[in-house]
Structures are given as C-alpha cells and as structure tokens.
Write a protein that binds this ligand. Structure first.
Ligand SMILES: [Zn+2]
Length: 506
C-alpha cells in the first residue's frame, strides 16, 4: 500500500491546482480495477442473517480496512445481533463531526432465482432483463480498465448496501492519495442488522451516546433518484405491517348449492381492501391524515424541481396509468396502504367451485411525519369496527364464528415512525452545497424517501440533522434476485463521498 501511494504522489503531486473533484476522478480512473475488486471482495462475504459467521467475518474485515486507513476502530457488540462497526478519525482543526452510516448486511437470498450465485460477484454489461446479460458475465481477470460505466456488478448486497461502504473507502483513499485532509472529524457506524429491522441498534446507540456523538448523520443507503441524478434525501417514510384474516364457513362449501347465501371470504377480503384504499391510492378512513405534518414551502419547491421521470418509468415498469394525478415523489409524500398479498382458495387448474373457509390479506402501511404506529393502528381498527367488523387477535372458535357476521383477525407488525429533517438547517444547506460541488450538477433533493429506513431512531437519540446520501442505481434489484450496482453510480458516489469528507463545513 505504501509503495502504491508513493507512486501516486508522483502522478498527482500534493498541492496541484486541480479541483477536488478532478483529484478524485483522476484517482478513480487509475484505480478502477482495485475499487471493483474491493466491492467484489465485500460481496463475497456472506453477510446475511442466515449466516451469522458471514456477518462476523464481514464486521472483522471492515474493522481491518478502517484500521489500515488510520481510523481508531472497534466493534460495538449488540446483544443478539451482529456487531456495529464503529470508527473515528479526527481531522486537525475541524470543528464539526459527521457520522457516516451504512449497513453491511444484505437481504436473504433464494439462489434458484438468480442468474449467478448471489455471493459470486459477476460483472455484466447491463441488466439481465435488457437482454444484455450473459449469466457467466465478463471475465474480470482479462478485462482492462477503463471499464464501461454502464457495466453492473451483480451480487447480494452489492448495491444495498456495500456500494456505500466501497464508495466511502475509495473516497478516503482518493483524498489520501491527493494529500487532502478531511474537513470534518469522521465517525463511521456500519451496522449488520438493517435488513432485519435494526431491532438492537437503538440500544447500541443509547449505550454509546458519548462515543457516537456528532453534528450530523449521513445515511449511505437507499436508491438514487430515477433520473440518475445525484441525490440527497432528508427523511424517510415510516412503515408498519398488518396481516388480516377474514373468515367464511368452517369447511369449504359447494358454491352452487350455497353461493349467494353463505358469505364468501374472498369477496369479503376484496371489499375489506377497497374500504381502506381506493383505486387511486387514496385512503378512505375519515380523519386518517389529520395528524399529517404538511410539506414546507422548501419541500414543495424541491419536489417541483425534480427531473420528471414518470413517463420513462411507466415504460420501464410496463404500466398504463399511475395511481392519482400527482407525480411519483409528490405521491410518496402521502401515507399509503399497500397490499402486499392476498390469498384465498385456488386459481387456474386448481380452482374448485367452492366457497373458501378464509382469506388472508397482507398490508404494508407507509407512515409520514405526524403519524405514529399507535395512532394509525387505532384509526384503522376504529374504522373497521364502525364498518361492522368484529376485530379479533386470535383465531376465532366455531361459537365465535357463528355469533358474528364479519370477523377479521388482525396481527400488526412493530413498525416505526417517519422522519423529515429540515432542508433549511445550516448543516443541510452545507451538505447540499458540498454535494452539489462534488456532483457538478443540480442535485435531486427528496424531502423524504418513499421507502422506509428507521432513521427516526438516529434523530430520537442524537437530535441532530439526518441526511440520506444514496448512491445505488434505482434499478439495482435491491431485496430481489440479481441485485446489482451500476459502475457509473459507484464512480459518482465516490466523488460525492470524497467531496463531503474534504469540503463540508458549516
Ligand atoms: Zn439498505
């Protein structure tokens, strides 16, 4: 490593007049193979919940990578969860401290759904769906940089969220090679339980409040805006799951002999869904949105200035209409009731002419600032009861079923609230300016990400601004088969990370 840096110092002498972003870009151009190899190495580590050893190995490897770079690094044990990788680097003269958050765990995998083994990083010229993909991929042993920036590295967690870790490490190396010191004290929090809901993280944060204290959290997670414009987000919607079971007769009944007289739970479930949400995504529960905190003028303005993506996304997704007339981001500023799944009886060749015994519906509520999981739950249950449903929390017995016409069993998931940080805070303004300089373009500023990450926890514990810094391509298949990271996104991410490390101040 020392030898490498010495060579670089000749190529890019310290004190050169080049702008920060040029230094970083030049360094990246000379190190593409090394950067991809690092991301590949991290992707090979099986950091999924099903593989506790893989998670431990990943934490240890990240610890070593941070120590090699001069960070004071340690593992913070999380009882019942993989350790949190914590590191700190003081910058001489810096008055602010910034925590860079990412997660090193990935979603579970179903290898049979993948075109290549999920933990064997595979480079391809594009998405599999675009027909560019060859399952075997590009031979990286013979591929020569510069790599086509449209190439994508496939593997679990390559995009979500090891891309952020790889970008951080490369950005740091680029600055070091250019002889540029960080402008802020840097803290690193890389957790290993995000994909399971970060249930143990808050205890770690509260137990290490002084060690983790900082002036700002930058959340390296989530996808970039669909326009592929470098993006910042200032919050995220909250989330809460709900499983509902609706009951029919005790045993399936011939629908010729009994249809029109015995209530059909599949039809009741459809009615139940449309009582909650209409076909435009509107929530039909009176007063459901009365707690919702309205958007500020700055937030409304930021949404209006986003590059339009709706027409292109309709093509990409193969959808002939959108729910409601507002654009994508405006629509995801509202609370939502999504239907994750619906099961009753059988279809196709298995279909029987029978009234099923029950129907199950899985819902996913998205919360916005002002709402709490407890309030949402109460409003939904009050409304369902007012609509004539008997709400239970355990399977009803035969007597119970005979006594009530409409029974629904509800099982709520834990859930957490949303966060929308102030886009006008001094820290936010400094981040917008610094990231904008690094990106060299107008940023996509999202008041809140539609998807949920439990970042309200960071604000609850530390009461400092929380800003999201996503770099993965929006079409990265995160949480699905064939997860991938587009190289252009990694390159841009390195520049923004380096900009924020070396240029941020307020
Ligand atoms: Zn993630």
């Amino acid at each position: 490593m020392k030898k490498l840096l010495a060579v670089l110092a000749v190529a890019f002498p310290i004190g050169a007049q080049a702008a920060l972003v040029d230094d970083v870009r030049n360094w990246r151009a000379g190190h593409e193979a090394e950067i991809v190899a690092r991301l590949s190495e991290l992707t090979r580590l099986r950091s999924v919940a099903a593989d506790p050893e893989g998670l431990t190995n990943t934490a240890n490897r990240l610890l070593a990578l941070l120590k090699e770079r001069g960070f004071a690094a340690q593992l913070l044990p999380a009882a019942g969860a993989p350790p949190v990788v914590f590191a700190e680097l003081k910058a001489p003269g810096a008055k602010r401290t910034v925590t860079f958050y990412a997660h090193y765990d990935g979603q579970p995998v179903t290898p049979s759904e993948w075109h290549s083994e999920p933990f064997t990083p595979t480079m391809r010229p594009g998405k599999m769906e675009s027909g560019k993909g060859d399952a075997r991929g590009i031979d990286m042993k013979t591929a020569k940089p510069p790599f086509d920036p449209e190439w994508r590295l496939f593997g679990r967690a390559a995009g979500d969220d090891k891309s952020s870790i790889a970008a951080f490490l490369a950005a740091f190396d680029a600055l070091k090679a250019a002889g540029r010191a960080p402008s802020v004290n840097i803290k690193v929090v890389w957790e290993g339980e995000e994909e399971r809901g970060s249930a143990h993280l808050e205890a770690v944060l509260r137990g290490n409040r002084a060690l983790l204290a900082s002036d700002l959290w930058l959340i390296g997670d989530g996808p970039m805006h669909q326009s592929r414009t470098p993006t910042l987000y200032f919050g995220a919607r909250g989330s809460m799951g709900l499983e509902a079971v609706i009951y029919g007769p005790l045993s399936a009944l011939h629908d010729g002999h009994y249809g029109n007289w015995v209530p059909n739970p599949a039809a009741m479930a459809a009615e139940f869904i449309t009582a909650l949400r209409d076909s435009e995504g509107g929530i039909a529960i009176p007063g459901f949105s009365s707690d919702v905190r309205p958007l500020t003028a700055a937030e409304t303005q930021a949404i209006a200035e986003l590059p339009p993506v709706e027409a292109a996304l309709k093509q990409e997704f193969g959808i002939g209409r959108s729910e409601g007339a507002a654009g994508l981001t405006a629509s995801t500023m509202r609370p939502a009731i999504n239907v994750r799944g619906f099961r009753a009886g059988q279809v196709g060749a298995q279909a029987a002419n029978a009234i099923p015994t029950e129907a199950a519906v899985s819902f996913d509520f998205r919360l916005v600032p002002g709402q709490t999981p407890a309030n949402v739950r109460k409003k939904v249950e009050d409304y369902i009861k007012a609509k004539g449903w008997t709400v239970v929390t355990a399977d009803p017995d035969a007597a119970m079923r005979a006594a009530h016409g409409r029974i629904v069993k509800l099982a709520w998931g834990g859930g957490y609230a949303a966060l929308r940080s102030d886009m006008d805070s001094p820290a936010a303004k400094a981040v917008i300016a610094s990231a904008g300089r690094a990106a060299g373009t107008k940023l996509a500023l999202l008041p809140m990400m539609g998807g949920s990450v439990p970042i309200n926890m960071f604000e609850d514990v530390f009461h400092v601004p929380i800003i999201g810094l996503p770099i993965a391509n929006h079409d990265n298949n995160q949480h699905a088969a064939d997860e991938n990271l587009r190289l252009a996104n990694l390159w841009a991410g390195i520049e923004v990370y380096a900009g924020l490390m070396a240029d941020l101040n307020w």
